[in-house]
Ligand binder design. Structure first.
Ligand SMILES: Cc1cc2nc3c(=O)[nH]c(=O)nc-3n(C[C@H](O)[C@H](O)[C@H](O)COP(=O)(O)O)c2cc1C
Ligand code: SF4
Ligand code: SF4
Length: 360
């Protein structure tokens, strides 16, 4: 099965790559992640000075990661001497270097790093929401390099389409959507304290919990700018998620948190099973998924009532307990009060054995 895709003219052997973070913060780490078969490499965000990172800085919180990491703990100078020459020599997949943050930082970073990569990803995480500042930063970067520049959007940016239009007008070739969500907080009640975080007790959340936000932002941007490259990131944890991001409008997909929660070899497991998942969904290649329009907007305002498959139903009673309109009763069968049923869909999405149909 053909898994190839393109991001702003760069061909990738498959659409999965790591997202910027601790798994790609050194030569050894990036070489190890490449071995899992990813289509592209993305580095930890490089700035001029190394970051002073509060510890602890990474915790698992159910199906999400919460982190207080900043950019790379290594300064630009160490990347230039201790990491990138060897990486450029040994890495056999395209390399996107992540850089941050200000226009003035870019004037030093971009010329210094240009020779070592195939493109830049620019973190706007600490740059604020002012599109004037972001536009000027993109203009500075694109005046310093011919390599494609992908601007990374944070979920706190109020208007993702305006962000995408601004960066496109100023020469960016694509968007990475999204960075982690925050600020968020983790409380250790027994000890009356926050479990980890910065001076304000804040962390940033990523992983499966933020996937619905990421999908919506990817789709908003792709709908407004169909020819602009979008790289999806946020909550990918399996091959089905990769397909969902491609359908939403992504041309390629990044993953970090799930690989930290489930093991770094998750990249390999997803890439290996992707052909099978595509075939099961009747796709013949990755490009076909990307070219398939996502159906939406067929909204109706009359309810459809649930149909219960009693062959499958285990009479567990969950649908009765959760129905917000008190329309179900479970005895030795499941009865629907069609006068009360609002057609909301919750029962169908909640039934553990998929015995309910007809609403969604
Ligand atoms: C521990 C950690 C460190 C991160 N460091 C960076 C970073 O240096 N630069 C950046 O642009 N994004 C960084 N991110 C955000 C990720 O690249 C990614 O956008 C986000 O986690 C959503 O993807 P995921 O849900 O697959 O993790 C970091 C995320 C985590 C969890
Ligand atoms: S939730 Fe599903 S299995 Fe449980 S009683 Fe309702 S229909 Fe039956
Ligand atoms: S569709 Fe909504 S209102 Fe109707 S039975 Fe199911 S949960 Fe209740």
């Amino acid at each position: 099965m053909e898994l190839k895709t393109r991001i702003a003219g760069i061909e990738l052997k498959n659409p999965l790559m790591p997202a910027s973070g601790p798994l790609v913060g050194s030569y050894e780490k990036m070489m190890a992640i490449e071995k899992f078969g990813v289509g592209c490499m993305v580095g930890k965000t490089i700035s001029i000075k190394g970051a002073e990172v509060p510890r602890p800085c990474i915790i698992s919180n159910g199906n999400s990661i919460m982190n207080a990491e900043l950019w790379s703990e290594y300064p630009l100078q160490y990347w230039l001497t201790g990491i990138l020459p060897a990486l450029r020599r040994d890495l056999s997949i395209p390399l996107i270097l992540s850089v941050g943050y200000t226009k003035e930082d870019m004037e030093t970073l971009i010329p210094a790093l240009e020779g070592f990569c195939d493109g830049f990803e620019v973190s706007t995480h600490y740059v604020g929401k002012d599109l004037g500042v972001i536009g000027e930063t993109v203009r500075t970067i694109t005046s310093l390099t011919d390599k494609p520049v992908f601007m990374k959007i944070s979920p706190h940016i109020p208007n993702p389409v305006a962000f995408a239009k601004t960066v496109k007008e100023n020469g960016a070739k694509g968007i990475v959507a999204i960075n982690s969500l925050g600020p968020t907080m983790k409380i250790d009640a027994a000890n009356r304290r926050v479990l980890a975080g910065n001076e304000s007790g804040e962390l940033w959340t990523s992983g499966p919990a933020i996937k619905p936000i990421a999908l919506a932002i990817v789709n908003k941007i792709k709908t407004a700018l169909p020819d602009f490259t979008v790289i999806g990131a946020g909550g990918v944890e399996n091959a089905e998620d990769v397909v969902e991001f491609l359908l939403a409008g992504a041309d390629a997909v990044q993953m970090l948190s799930a690989a930290m929660l489930k093991g770094k070899d998750l990249y390999e497991r997803i890439i290996n099973i992707l052909p099978e998942v595509l075939a099961k969904l009747n796709f013949s290649c990755v490009k076909e998924v990307i070219d398939t329009p996502l159906q939406k907007g067929a909204v109706k305002y009359q309810p459809s009532n649930p149909a219960i498959d009693m062959e499958k139903c285990t009479l567990c009673g969950l649908c009765e307990r959760v129905c917000p309109y008190f329309a179900l009763s479970v005895t030795d069968k499941v009865e629907v009060d069609t006068g009360r049923c609002f057609g909301c869909g919750l029962c169908q999405s909640r039934c553990p054995v998929k015995a309910i149909s007809g609403v969604l």
